[in-house]
Design a protein around this ligand. Structure first.
Ligand SMILES: CC(C)(COP(=O)(O)OP(=O)(O)OC[C@H]1O[C@@H](n2cnc3c(N)ncnc32)[C@H](O)[C@@H]1OP(=O)(O)O)[C@@H](O)C(=O)NCCC(=O)NCCS
Length: 143
C-alpha cells in the first residue's frame, strides 16, 4: 500500500469518492455537510492499494501550532488491515515536519477504540455532529 498526497483536483475527487461511500452512503451523513470550506486548505492523503484508493484523510492547522485530523475513511472492504493506522501515521509525520506539536480530532464514539490504540486520549463532553455522537481526542507528538 502506498500513501499519496493529493496535488490535483482529480486527486481530490478520488478522495471525496471514498468519503461519499463511507460517510454519505454508509453512515447517512447529508452530502451537503460532507464537503466544507476546510477541503480547500487541507492536505489530503490517499491510501492506494493495487491502483485502488482504499482510504483517505485530511489535515489542516487549527488552532495555530496544532494539526486537526479529519474525514478519515477506509472503504468497508479494506478495514482492519492497517489502512487507517497508516493514514493516521501520514498525518502525524506531516504534522511533525510542519513543526506542529499536537494532533487533535473529533472522533465518532464507535471509532474511539481505534484512536486509543494509536495513542489518542479523549477529553471533554460527548456532542452531536451530523447526527453522530462524537468526542474530542488529542495526541502530543514526540520528536
Ligand atoms: C475507523 C477506521 C478509519 C479504522 O480504519 P481501519 O483501516 O479499519 O483500521 P486499522 O486496521 O488500521 O486498525 C488499527 C487497530 O485499531 C483496531 N480498530 C479498528 N477499528 C476499530 C474500532 N472501530 N474500534 C476499536 N478498534 C478498532 C484494529 O483492530 C487494529 O487493532 P490492532 O492494533 O490490534 O491491530 C475505519 O473503520 C472506517 O473508515 N470506519 C468508518 C468511518 C469512520 O468511522 N471514520 C472515523 C470517523 S472519526
Amino acid at each position: 500500500m502506498q500513501i499519496e498526497r493529493v496535488t490535483s483536483p482529480e486527486g481530490f475527487d478520488r478522495a471525496f469518492a471514498v468519503r461519499v461511500e463511507v460517510f454519505v452512503d454508509e453512515q447517512q451523513v447529508p452530502i451537503e455537510l460532507e464537503r466544507d470550506d476546510r477541503d480547500d486548505t487541507s492536505v489530503h492523503f490517499l491510501a492506494v492499494r493495487d491502483g485502488e484508493v482504499v482510504g483517505t484523510v485530511r489535515m489542516y492547522e487549527d488552532p495555530p501550532g496544532e494539526a486537526h485530523l479529519g474525514r478519515l475513511a477506509v472503504r468497508a472492504s479494506a478495514r482492519t488491515g492497517g489502512v487507517g493506522r497508516v493514514l493516521v501515521d501520514a498525518v502525524e509525520t506531516e504534522s511533525r515536519a510542519l513543526g506542529l506539536r499536537r494532533v487533535v480530532l473529533s472522533a465518532q464514539l464507535q471509532a474511539m477504540g481505534f484512536y486509543e490504540r494509536l495513542g489518542y486520549t479523549a477529553y471533554g463532553p460527548v456532542y452531536d455532529d451530523a447526527g453522530i455522537p462524537h468526542r474530542d481526542m488529542a495526541k502530543e507528538l514526540g520528536p
